[in-house]
Design a protein around this ligand. Sequence first.
Ligand code: SF4
Length: 345
Amino acid sequence: MKKNIKSFDLEDLKEEMKLIGEKPFRAEQIFKWLFQDKVMSFDEMTNLSLELRQKLNENYSIGNFKIVKMLESVDGTKKYLFDVQDEEGNLIETVLMEYHHGYSVCVSSQIGCKMGCKFCASTGIPFSRGLEAGEIVEQIVAIEQDQGIKVSNIVYMGVGEPLDNFENVMKSIEIINNPKGLNIGARHISISTSGIVPKIYELADKKLQCTLSISLHASNNAKRSAMMPVNDAYPIEKLMEACKYYIEKTNKRISFEYALAKDNNDNLDDAKELVKLLSGMLAHVNLIPINHIEDGKFTKSTNENIIRFRDYLNDHGITATIRRELGSDIEAACGQLRRKNIKAQ
Ligand code: SF4
C-alpha cells in the first residue's frame, strides 16, 4: 500500500523528503500544490523535477476521493457521500453548510462509530476503522474543488468519535490550521466529543485554540446513560471535572450540545438540573431539535418545549441558543446517507 501523502503534516513531510533523498523545502512546494492549488495528480506539480514526480508516483498516493452522491437541501446544505478509494470500498459522508460568515464543513473522523449513541443514525453501522489524517483533510479539499469555494470553518461532528481517533485528528488539525496548508484558523475549528474523559485532559494539555463541544444531551446519569452508553464509563461528574480542567488550561468556553427529544430530556426539571450542572462554568448550550431517524426511538421536541427550555437556561445565567436546523430534507443526521446506501447495496 502506498502512503497517502495528504496524511503528513508539514514537518513530517520534510522528514519524508529527506528519506527519499530530497531537500526539505520540497515539502513546502508539495504542500502548496496539495492544499492550496488542490491538484489531483503529482504530474501537475510542475515546479518539481520529473525525477521527483516519478518518485512521488512510485511511493505515495495523492488520496483523492470519488464523489458517489451529493444531495442538496432546499436550504443550500449539501451532503456528500465519498468513496475513500480503499481496498474495502468504504464510504464516508461530509456536510457542507453555508452561513452568513462563510462555508462550514462537518467532517467524519471514523468509518462507523463505536459509541452507540441511541439517537444517532451511525449506530448500527459497524465500526470499521479511524480515518487517516489525509482522509479527514481530503473531505474539505474535495468539497472546495467540487464547489470552487474556500471553506472557513471546520466542525468534527460527522460520523465517528474524534477523540477515539486522537492522533489522526490532531494531525489533520495541523494540516488544516497550517498557513501553508488549508490555512483555517484554530478558532474556526471545533472538535466534538461524546465525552471520552482521558482524551479531554490530553486535548486540554495541547492548549489548542479550537472550540471543544461536548455532546451532553442529558443532565443526570440515568438519562444520559440511556441515551449514550459512554456515560457508563465516564459519568457526568467525571466529565464535568475534565471540562473544568479544559477551561482552566485553555481559557476557552465549552459548547455543550443538548439534543432535545420529546418527553425524554426536554422538560423544566431537566433544564433546572442543567443549570445546576453548568452554573459558574465558561459554557454555552447549543440546543438541537433532535433529527428524527428511521427506527430511532427519539422524536423531536415541540417548538414550545424547545423555546421554554432555552428561555429557562437564559433566565438562569446559562447562555443557550437553538441551532438552526439545516438539511433536514436530505438525511442530515450523521450516518443516515451512508446507512441508506449500505442498505441499498
Ligand atoms: S453521535 Fe457521534 S459519537 Fe455518538 S454514535 Fe453518533 S457518531 Fe458516534
